[in-house]
Design a protein around this ligand. Structure first.
Ligand code: PLP
Length: 421
């Protein structure tokens, strides 16, 4: 039994499945997850002292690499002044200003503690503002674990949601309409039929949660057109893409102005911070200015906020063009290695995030992603892990690059990938 096996076995006696978030259990690939002791730059060290080149990136936050000195210093300084006050601080104003500086669609901001809190609160606000109950989401997009967002698609062009989790009442799931991502005819059809009943559309502008899938040309634009025509609130869920695919997120990259945006991950520098914001007339419907209620004891926590400000300050100086190029070149390297080995893969990538699908491309919908060979992905993952390269333990999770992944690390990873393929 290895050290990690032993800890995992102990963990399972005390924590459900041994973990505090299901994906960490590595169920899709088998075996114990590595229990992490420390991290630095692009590397993680597990309880057995093994060093891994990390492509999980904390599931998104660590765009600057682990333990960024600016973030650590800011958090330490804030910590010395106390852990939380439950009263407002100047730091919260500063973080809101930094978010607004990068995303001009944010006229007013509310800070929360997670991506889930941001998305569920944005939906409540959209419902409160429109007086409508239905929401529309896309098959395969993940927006956190709130009840109405845990609905899976049935078959057909557009279908009422069926709960994907016991505990979600049918009545809630029925309010979630689902259509395939990147499916323009389905989008036009559902808006023709039900547009004026839909409070909000929530979408990952680049999907990370069925593996990486880019919006097809015109898809986000059509979404903006239809929502505007029908008075539906457009929520871009940038919890993953915000400050990752570009400074200013996917909305800047693809030129879409949403009504509301949800953020998380990168904006907390590895601490629990989420945010939502957008049109002032909508945001002013939130308590204490308006009647829609949402609150949080630890929202805007001073240590987390200080870390977020430091992360955004560093990212404001970062070269996203270079990261996009690095991502492209790295993914070309994977494609070339697969070609040489006669393995059919489709590699989808957008600045700082990518997925290796074992199957024929193009992968543009959740159905395409589901058709790929996930068992082969699991074998690939496990062989890579033996070579000390840690990919996400599921094909349906995005792999992340950071600004700390340099040429040496990427050459090491490509060698390991070539051998593993
Ligand atoms: C696009 C998107 N929205 C929302 C969430 C939920 O965020 P959190 O896990 O911080 O609650 C995630 C998490 O992976 C996400 O990727």
């Amino acid at each position: 039994m290895t050290v990690n096996d032993r800890i995992f076995s102990e963990a399972r006696k005390h924590l459900v499945g041994g973990v505090n978030s299901p994906v960490r259990a590595f169920k899709a690939v088998g075996g114990a997850p590595p229990f992490i002791r420390r991290a630095k730059g692009p590397y993680l060290w597990d309880a057995a002292g093994r060093k891994y080149l990390d492509f999980i990136g904390g599931w998104g936050p660590h765009l600057l690499g682990h333990g960024h000195p600016g973030i650590l210093a800011a958090a330490r300084k804030a910590l010395a002044r106390g852990t939380s006050y439950g009263l407002p601080t100047e730091g919260e104003v500063e973080l809101a200003k930094a978010l607004k500086g990068a995303l001009p669609s944010l006229e007013l901001v509310r800070l929360v503690n997670s991506g889930t809190e941001a998305t569920m609160s944005a939906i409540r606000l959209a419902r409160g503002a429109t007086g409508r109950d239905f929401i529309l989401k896309f098959d395969g997009c993940y927006h956190g674990h709130a009840d109405g967002l845990l609905a899976a698609a049935g078959s057909g062009l557009a279908t009422f949601g069926i709960p994907a989790s016991p505990g979600v009442p049918d009545a809630f799931a029925r309010l979630t309409l689902i259509i395939p991502y990147n499916d323009l005819p389905a989008l036009r059809a559902i808006f023709r039929k039900s547009g004026r009943k839909i409070a909000a559309v929530i979408v990952e502008p680049v999907v990370g949660n069925m593996g990486v899938i880019e919006p097809q040309p015109g898809f986000l634009q059509a979404l903006r057109e239809e929502t505007r025509r029908t008075g539906t609130i457009l929520i871009l869920d940038e919890v993953m893409t915000g400050f990752r695919v570009a400074w200013g997120g996917a909305q800047r990259k693809y030129g879409i102005t949403p009504d509301l945006t949800t953020l998380g991950k990168v904006i907390g520098g590895g601490f629990p911070v989420g945010a939502y914001g957008g049109r002032a007339d909508l945001m002013k419907r939130l308590s204490p200015e308006g009647p829609v209620y949402q609150a949080g004891t630890l929202s805007g926590n001073p240590v987390a906020v200080a870390a977020g400000i430091a992360a955004l300050a560093a990212l404001g100086r970062a070269d996203y063009g270079a990261l996009a190029e690095t991502t492209g070149a790295f993914c070309d390297g994977i494609r070339e290695a697969a070609r040489d080995r006669g393995v059919r893969v489709a590699v989808n990538a957008v600045c700082g995030m990518f997925t290796v699908f074992f199957g024929a491309g193009p992968i543009v919908t959740a159905a395409d992603a589901r058709r790929c060979d996930t068992k082969r992905y699991a074998r690939f993952f496990n062989t890579l892990r033996k070579r000390r390269v840690l990919f996400p333990p599921s094909q349906f999770e995005a792999a992340f690059l950071s600004f700390a992944h340099g040429p040496r690390e990427l050459a090491f990873a490509l060698r390991a990938i070539r051998e593993s393929l």
